[in-house]
Every structure is written in structure tokens, then in C-alpha cells.
Design a binder for this molecule. Structure first.
Ligand SMILES: Nc1ncnc2c1ncn2[C@@H]1O[C@H](COP(=O)(O)OP(=O)(O)OP(=O)(O)O)[C@@H](O)[C@H]1O
Length: 691
């Protein structure tokens, strides 16, 4: 593929700090990959291992790795002598190259730093990541708070209005919001909330909330004891770099270029980490950022537009900000369609800050007449009809008509509904892959493992025995079950058998690898790996493992099935993926289902909101005989801002979804969708269904 002049300028720009600020499908990732190749070509002393390349998701990492691999491969093929040897090394190096998500990059930094004690944290390279410490801290803090009140013979006013579990939930929301935004908890508490509207117990409620929040803050770090959870990894890495110049210097010695894709979803801490490393002194690495503010869709996880804008300004003063304007991904009809949609939204909702400029059609694709109708299809289903049924039938029809399943992606706003589509596709015999959600824990082979664990760890009874016999492991062979049980009984200390060893014995005695298909067996190996990790972190035996697995199975925990090598390269599967995970990817046909779903339903009017200037706002709603509403007076002011942000964020989500398609968009909505509903179907109403 030949780069355009505009892209070539970006690739060849010889400047220490560069930001490529460009729209969807304009080749940001492409120029990033080409820049890497260009640098390697230009400088024989450089290796891919001198680079750190940060992407947003693991899937994007794989995607970028394979682009770079392809280029290195063709370079190797087309060269000879020393150069050929060099590119062969680079091809080998790519697997150990520092290409990863920001979280993995932070772990890399921590590992480089070695064991270190910092205020609030103590870190050693074998730290564990624990995710339930906050829940536990909140529970303990509330228990302590209740006990203290009891000792003083005082009642707790809050609990007259809301239940303890709701209170726990609100405390957690407040704590997470304050932390993820990097606010100072004591300061936020000071201004929170100024008054409670029309409420006689306002003072007590405020004090009780603050007291528990303070307790949580204090206890949290003590309890964590040598563990960092994923959310804090960035904050900690930032602190570490800020307080230890030598770590920054070591990084600067080992990294010559830092590349970051999808920089628009940067968080405050990520920006600060980058700025500490690339502090533009002589030794600091070159920095190459690509981003598109219109595709910033991770606000809920701390993505922060102001950090992105700040960085853009910073780059503007000491480096270069370069644009790319032409969209290479989509057909002219599709590009025009996306432009028409956003033009109409801009006119209809002038208050919304999201105003993407038009995408440009490449010259070589230019046509005098463009009919956008060929780029989309609307399918409006009846009020009672089932989306998963209608969408999967449509997919099947496309395939029967000759479409390759690998060209089709169904993009979801929420991953909750993905599983029902997967089930339907399975029934229709259409192969698919699920990304970012998964039905791992409801696979028969996983449930069968649970049955065997349960049978062995509880009092034996006939029903359990029958269940186990019917499992794939024993296939109604009672002798085999007896052999398994007696082998286990011969183990001198069953309690000491780790869950992974238990599963190993089960797999080997039942010779399950000869019976199961590749995917099923890969799932079993994945389960073994999961329980091994769990055992390492929490030292659980097989009894606790049985309980843990039962919770996973019964509480709809999402986990993707194991990836089998063949699957990784198979391109003939319909892809089921959330819009968020699809960022950076592209598919010929994109289906967007459930467009009438009001997106504000779950996120509108959240119970807790944090604003740096207005403090903590809350809105308790509970029913305990009477309907109770408690609202802090600052809540309405915070929510106004929040709503504008919410709409803009949702529009960016829609923008990402629409710009994933190369040839065609298929919209599924309902013919009964109320016109005042805030949903994608109504945002899209400028392009009418046609028949
Ligand atoms: N000069 C070019 N000529 C032809 N095709 C190109 C050119 N540049 C990029 N492309 C193709 O356009 C598509 C989009 O490129 P890429 O994924 O790099 O865009 P992006 O800006 O990162 O997109 P997004 O931000 O929407 O994820 C890819 O299929 C890429 O191969």
C-alpha cells in the first residue's frame, strides 16, 4: 500500500515529540507501524527492542504486532546480505518487544524498579493483584462504624433511609470516583455536600457518609499489604517515577522511542507518566502519539479529555501536531453516510460539544455521484420480536447468499446481551467468536469439572454420583469413576492436593484429551490455569475451589473461552464484540443491534457524582415501605454537566461504531421506538429506513 503525501510527512517527520491528531480510518495505526519500520530502515543500530509501543487493548496489541510483523517479513524477503540477517533478528525480536497495553507497560516499569517501599504502598516484583480488597475494606469499615455507634448507644440515621448494602455500594462509587480522578479525598469530603435539600437529618447523613469514607481511606492501604489492584497500577507507577528520578533515567536508557496508539483515551495518570519519561531532556526518548478526540469512549474508566487536550497543547509548544484527513477504511458511500449523520446531529443538538469534522474521501475513490443508500440497511423489528433471533437469522441469510462469516461483525453497546446471540448462532450452525465477554463458565466441560469437584468434596449421594457419571469424563463408566476415586483416596493428604493437581488427575485418568474436541480441551486447560492462579494468590484447596467455581457458574461471570491457535488466525467467523473493544478494528459489514435501547437507562442519574469544585453529590433513592429520596443540593448542578458529557460520550461511541464499517452498516431498531427516547435509533433518524 502506498502512503499518501500527508501520511509520508508524518512517517518521515524527524522531531522529538509528535502527535498525529486525525479522524477515524485515516491511517493512524498504519503510520505508526510504518514509522517503526522507517526508523529501523534508517538506523542500523536501532532494534525494535529499543521501542516501547503502547496500545489500548490486548486485541489491538495483536493487531499492531501482526502489522509490524508483516512489514518486517516483506523487508526480510526483499533484502539480502547483512540487511537480511538484521531483519530476521528483528522478526525474532518482535515477540519479546515491548508492545503492550498501558497496564502491562506499568508492570514492566515496576519490575524494572524492583522492590520498593513508597508512602501507602509497598511493592515487590512478586506482588499480587487483588481486586476484592476494597469490598472487604468497606465491609470492615461499616462494621466498625456500626459497632462504634452501638457502644455510644447512638442510632445510625442513614440506615433509616437506605439499607446497608446500598450504603456499601454508594461508598464504593464515591471512593472509586475520587481515586480515579486523582482528587484528594479529605478535600472532597470537606465540600461534600453543602446541604441536603429539605431534609431534617441532613447533618447526620453527611457526617455518617464522611466518617465511613474516611475509615475506608485509612484502612484500605493497610489492608492491601503488598498488593496493587489494576486500577491503581497507573497511579502507583506515576508516584514511583515522580519520586525516583533514577527509575526515569533507567527507562530513558532502555527506551529510545515511545509510541502510543489511541492516545485520546489517556487518563490523567497515563499522561503524567508519559510526560515524566519524555521530559524532553537530552536523554529522554522520542515520543510519537496518535489519537482522535472523537473516539474517546472510556470516560467511565478514567479517560480524560482535558488530559488529552493538555498534552496536545504541550506537544504543540515543544513538538509537532500533524493532521491526517482522508479516510481509507470505508467506501465513499459509507464516508458520506457518516458525514450526513453527524451533520444532522450537529444541527439538531447544537448544545452538544461533540462536533466531528467531515471525513474525507481519498482521491482514488472519488466518484461524481454518491448514493448513500447502498451503504446501509435499516431493519425495524416488532415490539415483541426478539433481537437475537432476528439479527442471527439475518446473519444466516447473508451467509447463505454467499457472504464470508469473517466479514461480519455484530457490535454491542453492552456485553450483557452478547451471549444470547452466540447461543442462537450456535443453534444455526454459524461459527462465531466472542470478544470481551464470554460464556466460558457455562460450557459443559467446565460445569462437568464442577460436578466432579462437588461430588468429591461433599457427602456422596446418588444424585451427585449420577451427575458425575453422566459427565464427559466418565461417560457412564462406573469402573472408571471408582478408579478415579480410589486413586484420590490413595493420596495421603487429599486436602493438600491443589485444585490444579486434582484437575490434572481427572483429565489424565479419563483420557479426556482423546475424547474432547480442540476447543473443549483448551477450555479445560484454561480452567486449570485459572485455578492455579487463584491458588497462588489465595492459597485455596479443592473445597474452596468447588465453592469458587460454583459462584462463577451461577453468577453469570463473563469470561472468554480459551483461544486455540487455529482460532487466532481463522477469519471465517462472525465476530461478536462490544463497540468499546472494537475501537481500532475494522470489518466489511457491521451490524448494530438494539438501537432503540435508551442509553441513559442505567447511567443516567447515578447515585453518586464527584466534581472537583462542587464536591460529592448524592441522590439516594430507596423503597422501604415508603419511597425515600435524599438529594444533596449540589447534585443538580453536577448532573447538568454530567448529562452534557454523557451525551457527548455516547455520540463518540456511536461515531466509533459507525466508522468501524468498510462497506455496509446494518441497523436494527424497533418500529415502536418512542421518538422522545434518548437512543441511537433516534440519533440516526435523519437516515430513514427504506424498503
Ligand atoms: N495510504 C493508504 N492507502 C490505502 N489504504 C490505507 C492507506 N492508509 C491506511 N489505509 C488503510 O485504511 C484502513 C484504516 O487505517 P488505520 O486502521 O491505520 O486507521 P486509524 O486512523 O488507526 O483508524 P481508527 O482510528 O478508526 O481505528 C486500514 O485498512 C489501512 O490499511
Amino acid at each position: 500500500m502506498k502512503l499518501t503525501k500527508e501520511q509520508q510527512i508524518v512517517v518521515e517527520k524527524d522531531e522529538k515529540i509528535v502527535l498525529v491528531k486525525a479522524g477515524a480510518g485515516t491511517g493512524k495505526t498504519e503510520v505508526l507501524a510504518r514509522k517503526i519500520l522507517h526508523l529501523l530502515e534508517k538506523n542500523v543500530n536501532l532494534s525494535i527492542t529499543d521501542f516501547a509501543i503502547i496500545t489500548f487493548t490486548n486485541k489491538a496489541t495483536d493487531n499492531l504486532k501482526s502489522r509490524i510483523k508483516d512489514y518486517l517479513y516483506s523487508k526480510w524477503q526483499g533484502s539480502s546480505g547483512q540487511e537480511k540477517i538484521r531483519f530476521r533478528y528483528e522478526l525474532e525480536n518482535i515477540n519479546s518487544a515491548n508492545i503492550s497495553t498501558i497496564h502491562k507497560f506499568c508492570k514492566y516499569i515496576l519490575n524494572q524498579a524492583g522492590p520498593i517501599s513508597e508512602h501507602n504502598y509497598s511493592y515487590s516484583s512478586n506482588y499480587s493483584i487483588k481486586n476484592n480488597v476494597l469490598d472487604l475494606t468497606i465491609k470492615l469499615s461499616i462494621e466498625e462504624f456500626i459497632q462504634e455507634k452501638k457502644n455510644l448507644n447512638k442510632s445510625i440515621v442513614t440506615f433509616n433511609y437506605i439499607q446497608v448494602y446500598e450504603f456499601e455500594k454508594y461508598i464504593k462509587q464515591a471512593f472509586n470516583q475520587i481515586k480515579s480522578k486523582g482528587y484528594n479525598l479529605e478535600k472532597v469530603i470537606e465540600i461534600f455536600p453543602p446541604v441536603l435539600e429539605d431534609h431534617r437529618n441532613k447533618k447526620e447523613i453527611r457526617e455518617e457518609f464522611n466518617l465511613v469514607l474516611k475509615k475506608v481511606n485509612k484502612k484500605y492501604y493497610n489492608l492491601k499489604n503488598r498488593s496493587i489492584d489494576t486500577e491503581e497500577l497507573l497511579e502507583y507507577t506515576f508516584q514511583l517515577l515522580k519520586n525516583n528520578k533514577w527509575i526515569v533515567e533507567e527507562l530513558q536508557n532502555s527506551i529510545k522511542y515511545l509510541f502510543i496508539d489511541e492516545f485520546q483515551d489517556t487518563s490523567m495518570y497515563q499522561t503524567e507518566i508519559v510526560r515524566l519519561i519524555c521530559n524532553s531532556n537530552e536523554k529522554s526518548p522520542n515520543l510519537f502519539l496518535v489519537g482522535d478526540a472523537k473516539q474517546s469512549i472510556y470516560k467511565f474508566r478514567g479517560a480524560d479529555q482535558s488530559s488529552y487536550n493538555k498534552t496536545a497543547n504541550w506537544v504543540g509548544t515543544i513538538g509537532s501536531v500533524l493532521p491526517l484527513n482522508t479516510n481509507f477504511r470505508s467506501t465513499p458511500e459509507l464516508i458520506q453516510l457518516v458525514n450526513v449523520i453527524f451533520q444532522s446531529i450537529r444541527e439538531k443538538f447544537p448544545i452538544i460539544s461533540f462536533k466531528p469534522e467531515n471525513l474525507r474521501i481519498p482521491e482514488f475513490k472519488f466518484k461524481p455521484e454518491i448514493d448513500i443508500k447502498s451503504a446501509y440497511e435499516w431493519i425495524l423489528i416488532d415490539k415483541e420480536a426478539d433481537y437475537s433471533e432476528e439479527v442471527t437469522k439475518y446473519v444466516q441469510k447473508l451467509i447463505v447468499e454467499g457472504e464470508n462469516p469473517g466479514n461480519i461483525a455484530i457490535l454491542f453497546r453492552k456485553n450483557r446481551s452478547m451471549l444470547s446471540y452466540a447461543k442462537k448462532l450456535k443453534e444455526l450452525n454459524v461459527s462465531y467468536s466472542l470478544v470481551g465477554a464470554g460464556d466460558f463458565y457455562v460450557q459443559k466441560e467446565v460445569i462437568d469439572c464442577y460436578k466432579v469437584l462437588k461430588y468429591y468434596t461433599s457427602f456422596k449421594n446418588e444424585i451427585l454420583e449420577l451427575e458425575v457419571l453422566e459427565s464427559k469424563f466418565f461417560n457412564n463408566n462406573k469402573d472408571l469413576l471408582l478408579t478415579f476415586v480410589s486413586k484420590l483416596d490413595n493420596q495421603s493428604a487429599i486436602q493438600e492436593l491443589t485444585p490444579a493437581q486434582f484437575l490434572d488427575m481427572l483429565f489424565s485418568i479419563s483420557k479426556i484429551n482423546t475424547i474432547m474436541n480442540q476447543q473443549e480441551y483448551a477450555n479445560l486447560l484454561k480452567l486449570k490455569e485459572l485455578v492455579r492462579k487463584l491458588n497462588k494468590q489465595e492459597n485455596i484447596g479443592i473445597y474452596a475451589c468447588a465453592d469458587w467455581l460454583s459462584i462463577q457458574i451461577n453468577s453469570n461471570i463473563e469470561e472468554t473461552q480459551a483461544t486455540i491457535v487455529e482460532n487466532m488466525y481463522k477469519k471465517n467467523e462472525v465476530e461478536l464484540i462490544t463497540i468499546h473493544k472494537a475501537k481500532g478494528l475494522e470489518f466489511p459489514i457491521v451490524i448494530l443491534p438494539e438501537l432503540d435501547q435508551p442509553y441513559g437507562k442505567f447511567i443516567k442519574n447515578p447515585s453518586i457524582l464527584v466534581d472537583n469544585k462542587l464536591g460529592l453529590g448524592f441522590y439516594y433513592r430507596a423503597y422501604n415501605g415508603n419511597y425515600v429520596e435524599l438529594k444533596s443540593s449540589n447534585y443538580d448542578s453536577i448532573i447538568d454537566q454530567y448529562e452534557t458529557d454523557l451525551y457527548s460520550e455516547e455520540l463518540r461511541v456511536l461515531y466509533v461504531a459507525l466508522t468501524r464499517a468498510e462497506e455496509k452498516l446494518v441497523f436494527f431498531g424497533r418500529n415502536s421506538c418512542p421518538s422522545q427516547e434518548s437512543c441511537f435509533q433516534n440519533w440516526l433518524d435523519c437516515i430513514k429506513p427504506f424498503y
